[in-house]
Design a protein around this ligand. Structure first.
Ligand SMILES: NC(=O)c1ccc[n+]([C@@H]2O[C@H](COP(=O)([O-])OP(=O)(O)OC[C@H]3O[C@@H](n4cnc5c(N)ncnc54)[C@H](OP(=O)(O)O)[C@@H]3O)[C@@H](O)[C@H]2O)c1
Length: 296
C-alpha cells in the first residue's frame, strides 16, 4: 500500500485507509474474531485504528472498543510504534440514552480513562460531537488542556462544520491534527471542511464511508453509477466507493468498519483500482442518499 505523511496528524505514516473498530463492540461481537481481523489489517499495512470510549455493547461497558484495540495490539507482533490509534471522547451513555458532555472536567476525565483502557497515551483524541449546551470555543480550549495534561499526543475534532473548524483552529492555536466527519456515496456534505484539511495538511477521516452497515450491503443497488463503474473495472461497488473517496483529496482517509477478513481484504485491494476522469465525473454526479447515518 502507498503511504503518505501528515506531519500535523502524527510523526507516523498513515495508510490510505484506516479501520473503524466500532462494529467489534456490537452486542455479541467476538473478541477473537476482532483480533483476527485487526491483525489481518495491521499485517496488510493498515496503520490507523479508529475507536471511541462510547463504542460499547451497553452503557455499563464504556471503553469496551478501546479494550478491543488494546487486546489486538498486545497480541500483535508487528511494529507497534508505527500504528496510529485514534479515540474519541465527549459523548456519554446512561441506559439507552446517549448525551454529550463537552466540559473541561469531563473531557479530561474521559481522556484519562481512554488512556487507561488502551494502556498507552492515545496518538490522537478527538472531541466526538459538540455539546450544544456550552460555547464551542470553551470546548476547543478544553481539548488543548487534554493535550497539555499529557493525555493525548495530538488532538482533533469530529462532526464539525467549516465554521467550527475555523473556531477550533483559532482557539487551539492551530493544533488540530485531524478531523473525523461523515462522507460517503450517501452523504456528501463537508467539502469545505475537506478543503481546509488539505490546506492545513491534516487527515480527514471519513466515517461510515460506505454509508453504514445497511447501505454498505446494497451499495450497488442504491447507487447504480457505482455499480456501473464497478462492472467496467471488474471491482465491487463498495471498492469503487472507497477508491472514489480516497481520490477526493490527499487528506482523505476512509475508515470503513469490517467484521470479516474478506471485506477487509477487498477494501485494502480497492486502493489499487485505477479510475478515469470520465468514471470519476460519473461517480461525482451520482445523487447523494438519505442524509446522515447518525444525524447530529
Ligand atoms: N465520528 C463519528 O461520529 C462516527 C460515527 C459513526 C462511525 N464512525 C466510525 O466510522 C467507522 C465506519 O463506519 P460504519 O462501520 O458505521 O460504516 P461503514 O464503514 O460505512 O460500513 C460498514 C459495513 O461495510 C461493510 N464493508 C466494509 N468493507 C466492505 C467491502 N469492501 N465490501 C463490502 N462490504 C464492506 C462491512 O461489512 P462486514 O461487517 O461484513 O465486514 C460493514 O457491514 C466506524 O467503525 C467508526 O469507527 C464514526
Amino acid at each position: 500500500m502507498q503511504k503518505f505523511s501528515k506531519p500535523n496528524t502524527s510523526t507516523k505514516l498513515i495508510s490510505e485507509i484506516g479501520v473503524g473498530v466500532m462494529p467489534f463492540s456490537r452486542p455479541g461481537a467476538s473478541l477473537d474474531v476482532a483480533v483476527e481481523v485487526l491483525h489481518y489489517c495491521l499485517n496488510s499495512g493498515i496503520s490507523l485504528l479508529n475507536t471511541a470510549d462510547v463504542y460499547a455493547p451497553s452503557a455499563d461497558q464504556i471503553g469496551h472498543n478501546e479494550n478491543v484495540v488494546r487486546e489486538a495490539l498486545d497480541q500483535w507482533d508487528g511494529e507497534r510504534e508505527n500504528i496510529v490509534v485514534v479515540t474519541k471522547n465527549g459523548l456519554t451513555r446512561e441506559g439507552t440514552q446517549w448525551s454529550r458532555n463537552g466540559s473541561k472536567e469531563h473531557l479530561l476525565r474521559a481522556a484519562e480513562a481512554s488512556g487507561k483502557k488502551l494502556g498507552f497515551v492515545p496518538d490522537l483524541i478527538l472531541h466526538h460531537r459538540i455539546d450544544r449546551t456550552r460555547p464551542f470555543a470553551e470546548q476547543a480550549k478544553a481539548m488543548v488542556a487534554v493535550h497539555q495534561a499529557g493525555l493525548a499526543k495530538r488532538i482533533g475534532f469530529s462532526n464539525v462544520t467549516a465554521l467550527e473548524y475555523d473556531i477550533a483552529q483559532q482557539e487551539t492555536g492551530g493544533m488540530i491534527a485531524a478531523i473525523e466527519n461523515e462522507r460517503s456515496p450517501r452523504f456528501r456534505d463537508h467539502t469545505d471542511v475537506l478543503e481546509r484539511c488539505a490546506r492545513d495538511e491534516i487527515a480527514f477521516l471519513a466515517w461510515s464511508p460506505l454509508g453504514g452497515e445497511n447501505d454498505a450491503k446494497n451499495l450497488g443497488e442504491l447507487y447504480p453509477k457505482f455499480q456501473q463503474v464497478a462492472n467496467e473495472v471488474g471491482a465491487t461497488a463498495q471498492q469503487i466507493a472507497l477508491r472514489w473517496l480516497k481520490l477526493q483529496s490527499p487528506s482523505m482517509v476512509p475508515i470503513p468498519g469490517f467484521t470479516k477478513i474478506s471485506t477487509a481484504k477487498s477494501s485494502i485491494a480497492s486502493m489499487d483500482i485505477k479510475l478515469t476522469d470520465d468514471q470519476l465525473a460519473r461517480l461525482n454526479s451520482s445523487p447523494a442518499g438519505d442524509g446522515s447515518v447518525y444525524p447530529d
